[in-house]
Design a protein around this ligand. Sequence first.
Ligand code: GAL
Length: 801
Amino acid sequence: MWLSLFILCNGHTCQPHEIEEDRRHLFTESWKFSLDAPDDAYRTDLDDSGWRTLDLPHDWSIEGNFSKDHPAGYGGGALPGGIGWYRKSFLLSEDDKGKVIYIDFDGVYQESEVYINGQLLGKRPNGYISFRYELTDYLHYDGIPNVIAVKADNSLQPNSRWYSGSGIYRNVWMVKTHPLHVDHWGTFVTTPHINTTSATIKINTTVRNSKNVTGTFTLQSALLDQDGNEVASIKNDNITIIADKNEVVQNLHITTPQLWSTSQPYLYKVVSSVYLDGNMVDRYETPIGIRYFSFDPKVGFTLNGEKMIIKGVNNHHDLGALGAAVNTRALERQLEILKGMGVNGIRTAHNPPTPELLDLCDRMGFIVMDEAFDMWSKSKSKFDYSRHWEAWHEQDLRDMMKRDRNHPSVFIWSIGNEIPEQWEDTGLLIANRLGKIAKEMDPTRPITAGLNHPYPDNSIYRSGALDLVGFNYHHEDFETFPDVFPGEKFIGAETTSALATRGHYDMPSDSIRRWPIRWDQKFIEGNQDLTVSAYDHVSAPWGSTHEETWKLIKKHDFLSGMYIWTGFDYLGEPTPYEFPARSSFFGVVDLAGFPKDSYYMYQSEWTKDTVLHVFPHWNWEVGQKVDVWAYYNNADEVELFLNEKSQGIKKKQGDELHVMWKLDFQPGTIRAVSRSAGREVKRKEIETAGRPVKIVMEADRSDLKADGKDMAFITVKVLDKDGNMVPRAENLIRFEINGNATIAATDNGDPTDLSSFQSHQRKLFNGLAMVFIKTTKVGGSVILRAHGDGLENATIELVSQ
Ligand code: GAL
């Protein structure tokens, strides 16, 4: 029998708001870190005073230098791995006695071991999974320090087909509760009935009794609207505590629900309160959204009864120059840039994402395909997760789904990407098993997989585990799907794989190139300087250009939509697969966050914004033949002028998505004018730029939070004497910061730039660079200065408060 039934807050019985505030704390500050620790660095008496002190989340790989000799290879981003240890000492107070204390990790890459006061709590090989350990029985109170030690082992490489990052790269939480409390991920909220006038909300709650509490308890579940007003509530009294885990099912009925959608992502919150003898002992919140959807073999995807094409992107988890270390603002900025292009979906390629990503997708309105695995029992790289498959896949899949199944943004579970077992009978057995687990965890969402063998003898398809048949590529087979797979529902789980280097253009642009191809260790096609043209005319041989893909998707409702490979460039998997390339070329947006030109094709098709995007720049050799492309919408035609002389009016014909002129270059000005019924809609001018004379900087936001986490993203470019941006500029710019912020990284989007992301100087790449500023916890003004030889300096001031 556990005696201390009431938990204390500063010596008194906790009030409801205190229970909530006290329950879960970020546990990320002032950890000690070493890449050179002894094997027994879990020992409490180890002297870690010489170790580096840092705040989590932390990725040690991104701090290293690029080299093709790192065992991860350039496929893994050409950055180092190794074994890192993290330690943190902490004290517990009198009030903590009698509470149950847990530590929650959102993700550690990888093969983590966690120790408390010298005791091993557990090992977790999967670098993307969230996990919890209970600390209670090992803790000291009364002024005796506790030591938590975490080993992250990313030494066996290659273990990933992209850049993984290393260390405690996601958040860590300490949870303190009464012994009777809502379990870890202990609610599962579904909406068995919804229409515009009413909804039923079914709440399954698991109440954990961790210390033999006896008797009965009360569970109240309340639904709060977005403003915090209670909409409905239900209370079950006298529930007998029968087990370690007590399951309670409650139903709430509401009228006129506000539905969640991608354009109006309305969020409610379920608040679960546990009472013992009339006193509240736990309070737990679950944000939810109310929405209904279906996939149909003919109509494709509908959300709340309305047909919608999923216009999604795949993204890996890295944040470019910031590496894998999670930063909510950096993630939010990525999603804002993607929203601006009209994107409404994210596939978490190819692993469980950080929980902050799903929170943001809930709040911003994205249709998420939440993916569990990139491989099953057969490996894709020498030391990958296949080594742990047998022992861990079930727990990992269950944990991912348990953690994520209340997010309204999650619509689809993917049990695997391009799994080699699809060509073998084992694929049938494994898919079958995974399908059963997934259905048990969540019967409300469809299961898919990113298949690449587009025939019915595919073992994963044959297993019957898939509710939604997901294909990667094979755009040439799309039209045959309804005949080859009669009655099935489809999703383009991964499409496109177009390639481009931002700001680089090769002529002529009107023939499609499937390259670069690397064959037998030899690079047989592609530019020797590892650039790829940014006209939308290059794709990997297995893929298709942006325009080719979108034309097909928009034509066939049954396909439900697409997830482009990829939204953002990512570290690792360069294609051209040749050093010094160390990051990908697939993104519609480059690694630094600068859109490539295709971004505006999507914007013209996927948003209501009026678009007229003309490219390339206007700095060429006299007489050179230059292809000028324009993406436009909300207009019938575009006229192009070169030095005031019309080069003709063009209209998109048939299913065309751009118009083009072939010009003989002369310096001066090109001007495009779009018109609707003869009336001017929009105009764009590009002038031939002269020599750079002046640096300019622009911040995405200038009012920042002094929380040690908020970020500003500063675009840097150079202008000529007339104020034109110099498009091919390569000037080296040096940065200096004063005030309460730091330079977290610099970048320019060049996949072959080998200078460290931590450097405070950066060459412009095709005219642009980016500085990533991070606030400290002290408010005040922040001044960033930029210097470059022979250039007028620039200064930008931000406020952090
Ligand atoms: C796919 C794969 C992705 C990525 C992509 C590159 O086949 O699923 O992870 O490698 O190719 O085109």
